[in-house]
Design a protein around this ligand. Structure first.
Ligand code: ADP
Ligand code: MG
Length: 943
């Protein structure tokens, strides 16, 4: 039999089957059945039961501590529904009404413990069409800051591109259509829902299989929504209403229906989960991957841009960590997203570099700006909390505190003169300064972008002074944590409130007076006036004194040691005080809500200011690094050049410095993309491929990564650790580095390596930068060598991209004789009496050998093993060098002579000779037959 409470529970659970249902009962949130089993396991709670047969498991968490338990469940990827009491249990005799008031999910909850430098993406995926007509739309929202964007991937590679983007952005929650692509399914709460019964989606399974599923596996929570949510008829009007527009074209969404539908479905989800106000959500911004220097997920990981290559390693190995001298969380988040999307437009990069150069050269003003930024808290996240109605009085005070720093920031930004600073300060960017031509070009390139260069950021920097005064004038200086405690609103704001508070105060004084008077009247020194929420105000007298109680006292309650009384006078004051309190609570709530409303009406302004703060912070950070570490401005241009002199790996250098591990040895490079096949172009271009050989541990990998990192930094607008750098814009960086271990994902290393290499050879352009490190290592020597050889030839002949190729196959250095635009480089080592010393310098030339045995000796292999290895190596090397040289010669001859194919087993020389000697014209038919029979016999004998 079901109790009324359980009936409420089942109704709630039915409406939210994929959530853990937390049902408020008394002072606890209770979970039942499967939910209870999961929660008790994940939170280590004791599992009890509602019934004697123990068939109805349950467990609970105290209401007051619920927050931390909820956060723990969310972090593990669960969705939670809160079923709350809708009435005050003290005020109703019947069963209290309960309803689901909020659904909490990893992507919609703003966790106070959220990493400040990381975005908390809620993603929504909408797949439409198939084959080359396929399109996958992706919408992303960070509810904690309000950042909202969407993109679309077209064509047959749409799915792979989506996976790549997901892997880079790492959303915490992903929404998809229930009947959509199978690959999306299989959520964390599979046991709660029948995921198996899904129909295959519009993308053929084959296409889904090609994509790396790792990105999906990394998303903790996948939430299926009903298919109709992802229909244009439903989702598009929703999006239009939210954006307040009649047509989505203005948002850059023309022709990108999949992206728009994904965004609309995401808004639906927010409504469905009853999130608070959504006013702080930014206008949806459509972006395209091509607008920036493309870095695929593999490259982001290999270069350790934002996360260490091996999870669990310290984050100090990342470029993000090394470059993070930002003063605000907004700046830090922008740094992170900028590293993932460096700029690709020359004008944008130049503007940033100009701004950095100016600030780097001006210590007082730069420090002025950094000091001003230093006091800023996370404006964006605070605003987010206000919108989601989870901001208490203290958060508003913090918000006001942050705003108080803004005028200082505005003035500091305004003290600079270069164009980007003036745009940020809004102190005029005289239109005359940019030629109309340049403007046309810019707006042409950016028709759908708008993100990287905003030519119209001309409104003045809004320091939000009015909002600051508004908060400061409304909220008390040191308000309590909760609104309900009272005393949040400053005195003088509301006359009635002040009056009620005065009433309360005088009432309490009167009570103190009563206590004093009654003590004297009764002669009971320990008599007290007290309050509790059930009985209100009362006079308490210990049992020992109860005989001295006067007759006009009215008994209220008897305890073990004491008795409690009231008097008509006390009752009177009680009513006065409580009514005043209630009424003033109401007024405070009303005023607080009004303030919140006013702040939210200004959400757009706050977001714009946050954006400018973030960008100012990032530029100041780059300038600070340039000045502090002596970095130089890269010369970025439209060409195919990649050149640096005395370059250093920023991360390795810093780590060596910090650990006292010696100095980083600077090194140089000079490459040039090979663009055309015309004679003249071929003559004028420098080498496009550098083949780097040398001993293990010599610094090859470091050199490769350094080149890529300097390119990323330069295109972010950051100065670089080098004496000099010249860079022709790079469109995309490809990496194939080391034998990174993907075994955990169920793919052999070699397969991964070849997949990555295939992607490079198929899609790189002459403007790309390609890093190949130890290619071919995952297979047998000759396989690997041959594949590496062919790949280098292809890059050289067909692509022309600037390429750095590090290899332990020093046989490959022979390629330099055959490929005019390939240059051999080697990392140097010196052999001393005590062993090998790595010099880490990179110089022209090929390594003569690989020093593997020396390195093994350093590693401590027994001397006898080392000696034997030397012998074996000698034998092999001799054979191998001869073989490769011979193979090369043969290949050259083959290329010179017309190709002759041998289709049969060669005949024995004797037969050939006899045939050649025959005078066919002089043979009689009979002789011919005899000869034939003879030859046949001989053939039979010889085989
Ligand atoms: P390889 O790829 O040739 O095996 P690595 O690039 O992995 O060698 O470098 C091996 C070690 O040498 C790295 O741990 C790095 O700290 C150090 N190293 C590399 N290049 C330099 C350099 N230019 N100056 C100082 N130390 C370096
Ligand atoms: Mg290496």
């Amino acid at each position: 039999m079901q109790t009324p409470v359980m009936r409420q529970y089942f109704a709630a659970k039915q409406a939210h089957p994929d959530c853990l249902m937390m049902c408020r009962i008394g002072d606890f949130y209770e979970l039942f059945y499967d939910d209870a089993i999961i929660a008790s396991r994940e939170l280590q709670l004791t599992l009890t039961a509602r019934d004697r047969e123990k068939k109805q498991p349950m467990c609970g968490v105290p209401y007051h501590a619920a927050e931390q338990y909820i956060q723990r469940l969310l972090r593990k990827g669960y969705r939670i529904a809160l079923c709350d009491q809708m009435e005050d249990p003290r005020l109703t005799k019947k069963i209290v009404r309960r309803e689901v008031t909020r659904v909490l999910t990893p992507g919609t909850v703003v966790d106070a413990g959220l990493g400040a430098e990381q975005s908390n993406w809620l993603a929504s995926v909408c797949a439409r069409g198939t084959g080359s007509a396929a399109g996958v739309g992706l919408a992303l929202l960070d509810l904690s800051t309000g950042e909202f964007r969407a993109t679309e991937f077209p064509g047959t590679t749409a799915w792979a591109q989506l996976m790549d983007e997901l892997e880079r952005l790492r959303p915490v929650e992903l929404l998809y259509a229930e009947g959509g692509p199978v690959a999306l399914q299989g959520g964390r709460q599979g046991s709660l829902r029948d995921l198996a019964a899904s129909t295959p989606g519009p993308l053929p399974a084959a296409e889904q299989d090609q994509a790396d599923p790792g990105a999906l596996a990394a998303v903790r929570t996948k939430t299926a929504l009903e298919d109709w949510v992802f229909t244009p008829d439903y989702a598009l009007p929703l999006l239009r209403r939210h954006a307040g527009v009649h047509s989505l074209d203005g948002l850059g969404l023309a022709g990108h229906e999949a992206a728009a539908v994904a965004a609309g479905a995401l808004l639906h989800y927010l409504q469905q989960t009853k999130q608070g106000g959504l006013e702080h959500i930014d206008t949806l911004r459509f972006y395209q991957r091509g607008e920036c220097l493309l870095l695929d997920a593999v490259t982001v990981r290999n270069l350790e841009l934002v996360e260490p290559l091996f999870s669990g390693e310290s984050a100090q190995t990342t470029l993000f960590h090394t470059l993070d001298a930002c003063s605000t969380p907004m700046g830090r988040r922008l740094l992170r997203s900028t590293l993932l999307r460096p700029a690709s437009h020359l004008a944008e990069i130049q503007q940033r570099l100009d701004a950095v150069a100016e600030a780097a050269a001006d210590l007082p003003r730069r420090e002025g700006l950094r000091r001003a930024l230093g006091g800023l808290l996370d404006l964006e996240r605070l605003l987010g909390r206000v919108a989601l109605d989870s901001a208490g009085p203290r958060e508003l005070v913090a918000l006001a505190g942050a705003m108080a720093c803004l005028p200082g920031v505005r003035d500091a930004v305004g003290s600079f003169h270069s164009r980007r600073w003036r745009q940020l300060a809004g102190t005029g960017d005289p239109a005359g300064e940019i030629s109309t031509e340049a403007k046309d070009q810019l707006s042409g390139e950016l028709s759908t972008a708008g993100a990287e260069i905003s030519t119209e950021r001309q409104a003045a920097f809004d320091a939000l002074e009015d909002l600051h005064s508004l908060i400061a004038a409304t909220i008390a200086d040191e308000p309590p944590v909760n609104l309900a405690e009272g005393g949040v609103i400053r005195a003088g704001v509301d006359a009635e409130l002040d009056e009620l508070r005065e009433l309360g105060r005088s009432g309490r004084q009167a009570l103190a007076g009563i206590e004093e008077r009654e003590r004297q009247r009764t002669g009971i020194g320990s008599l007290k006036v007290r309050f509790n929420s059930v009985f209100g105000y009362y006079l308490e007298v210990t049992k020992a004194n109860s005989r001295s109680v006067p007759a006009d006292y009215e008994r209220k309650q008897t305890l073990v040691n004491a008795e409690r009384f009231t008097t008509p006078e006390l009752k009177d004051y009680e009513t006065k005080i409580l009514t005043a309190q209630e009424r003033s609570g109401e007024i405070e709530r009303r005023l607080f809500a009004g303030l919140r409303r006013q702040l939210l009406d200004a959400a757009g302004r706050m977001r714009e200011t946050s954006r400018r703060v973030a960008e100012s912070d990032l530029l100041a950070c780059f300038a600070h690094l340039a000045a502090l570490r002596g970095w130089v401005r890269p010369q970025v241009e439209e060409s195919g050049v990649l050149e640096f002199a005395a370059g250093r790996h920023p991360v390795v250098e810093l780590r060596l410095e910090e650990s006292g591990g010696g100095r980083f040895v600077p090194n140089s490079i000079s490459l040039e993309a090979w663009v055309g096949s015309t004679e003249t172009a071929e003559q004028s271009t420098g080498p496009s491929i550098a083949l780097i050989t040398g001993p293990n541990m010599g610094g090859k990998s470091t050199y490769l990564r350094q080149a890529a990192l300097l390119v990323v930094m330069a295109q972010c607008g950051c100065f670089v650790p080098a004496e000099r750098m010249r860079l022709g814009l790079v469109d995309r960086i490809y990496t194939r580095i080391g034998a990174s271990d993907n075994v955990a994902r169920g793919r052999s290393t070699f397969m991964v390596e070849m997949t990555e290499t295939a992607a490079i050879l198929n899609t790189a352009t002459a403007q790309s930068l390609v890093l190949l490190d130890e290619m071919g290592r995952g297979t047998a020597t000759y396989d690997g060598l041959s594949l590496a050889w062919a790949a280098v030839e292809h890059l050289h002949e067909k692509i022309g991209a600037r390429t750095l190729f590090a290899t332990h196959y020093h046989e490959l250095t022979l390629l330099a004789n055959r490929l005019p635009r390939l240059k051999n480089l080697r990392v140097t080592a010196r052999e001393t009496a005590s062993g090998i010393v790595f010099l880490h310098t990179v110089e022209a030339g090929a390594a003569s050998r690989s020093y593997g045995i020396e390195v093994a000796r350093l590693a401590g292999l027994p001397a006898a093993v080392i000696a034997r290895a030397r012998e074996v190596l000698k034998l092999h090397e001799r054979a191998e060098t001869q073989q490769v040289a011979r193979a090369l010669e043969a290949a050259d001859e083959q290329a010179a002579a017309p190709l002759q194919m041998t289709m049969f087993t060669p005949l024995s020389q004797r037969i050939v000779d006899r045939l050649a000697a025959v005078d066919v014209d002089g043979l009689t038919p009979r002789e011919a037959l005899n000869l034939l029979a003879d030859l046949q016999r001989e053939l039979g004998a010889s085989s």
